[in-house]
Design a protein around this ligand. Structure first.
Ligand SMILES: [Zn+2]
Ligand SMILES: [Zn+2]
Length: 127
């Protein structure tokens, strides 16, 4: 694996991407196969569509289009209202518990509290 190769390898199937197949995912920014030539063979590893709001082309690879490929990873990240519902607590209670360090959490740069489902349920049980 040279660094040159990694720039032309599809993030989805890990095969080399021919120049006429190059597309960049708008979500993760990685390279993937998108066949722009009907006369040449090639499997698509993602999709392109027109965004009706911005009327621009949107690109996304199959990994970002099918997040379930990574089992449960994102489903287990909860924001405050979701986490409070999962734990059967009020948002204020849970936010306070997070501030006190009783439950693991992460605050994003925009100030949103994020929790992992397992930590929230563990806290709810011990609460
Ligand atoms: Zn591919
Ligand atoms: Zn992607």
């Amino acid at each position: 694996m040279t660094s040159e190769a990694s720039t032309t390898v599809c993030i989805v199937c890990h095969l080399t991407v021919e120049p006429y197949m190059v597309a960049h995912c708008g979500v993760c920014g990685e390279l993937y196969h998108l066949n722009s030539r009907a006369d040449l063979p090639g499997e698509d590893c993602g999709q392109v569509w027109i965004n009706e709001e911005h009327l621009g082309l949107e690109f996304a690879c199959n990994i970002c289009l099918n997040p379930e490929a990574e089992p449960g990873a994102l489903d287990d990240v909860l924001d405050l209202p979701e986490a409070a519902a999962a734990a059967n607590l009020s948002e204020a209670e849970l936010e306070r518990a997070a501030q006190l360090g009783h439950v693991k959490h992460r605050r994003t740069s925009s100030g949103v509290l994020l929790f992992v489902r397992g930590d929230v349920l563990e806290f709810a049980v011990s609460h």
